[in-house]
Design a binder for this molecule. Structure first.
Ligand SMILES: [Zn+2]
Length: 199
């Protein structure tokens, strides 16, 4: 609870779009955002690799193009896929950054938000290590809130959505066990962001 004691959040986004306080694991799975595109959406995902296994390091290797597909039978389906979110929050609460917030990370795929397609153009993606079938760890929500606050202070993010909200029928993450009420808290709502899909 250093945040409360020190009255300071543990992350701060620098001028290059990198979060001080996060581990840097640069990926080449990004490109430039379109000129003039707003940066106004935060997208929450879940991921595990292999499916359902935690703390394997496979997500980091997948996002940086270093995953050995022979490592697990399910990995063959990942052949040729080049993706990376900006951030990953592991079960321990550890935060890793793969792509600068200023760049277009390849995390959302075919997607639509309030009439705008290709959400990668105008969003930042955060993967929370987990599945559609089990709850997330309290330290993951803590890290997610702190990271979201740092991002919201730096960029004009107007809304926070789940991957399943912007790619319905195709994606199910962050899934039914993701507790939105632990993200939609006063200290985040107070920064002027909306949760348009929260009921
Ligand atoms: Zn996703």
């Amino acid at each position: 609870m250093a945040r409360e004691r020190g009255n300071r959040i543990p992350f701060e986004i620098d001028a290059g779009g990198w979060a001080e306080g996060a581990i840097r694991c640069p990926s080449e799975h990004f490109d430039e955002r379109p000129e003039g595109a707003p940066l106004d959406l935060l997208v929450i995902h879940n991921i595990t690799l292999p499916p359902g296994e935690f703390g394997t390091g496979c997500v980091q290797r997948f996002f940086t193009g270093r995953l050995d597909l022979a490592e697990h039978p399910t990995f063959e389906s990942l052949r040729g896929i080049r993706v990376a979110s900006h951030f990953l929050i592991e079960r321990t609460g550890r935060v890793t950054q793969f792509v600068s917030c200023l760049k277009r990370g390849w995390h959302a795929g075919v997607s639509l938000f309030e009439g705008r397609e290709r959400c990668n153009d105008f969003s930042i993606g955060i993967e929370v290590e987990g599945t559609d079938f089990v709850g997330f760890e309290p330290v993951q929500y803590e890290a997610l809130r702190a990271l979201a606050i740092a991002i919201l202070r730096r960029y004009p993010i107007r809304a926070i959505a789940g991957h399943s909200d912007i790619a319905p029928g195709r994606k199910t993450d962050p899934g039914p066990f993701f507790d939105w009420s632990r993200l939609a808290v006063p200290e985040i709502l107070g920064l002027g962001v909306r949760f348009p899909y929260l009921r």
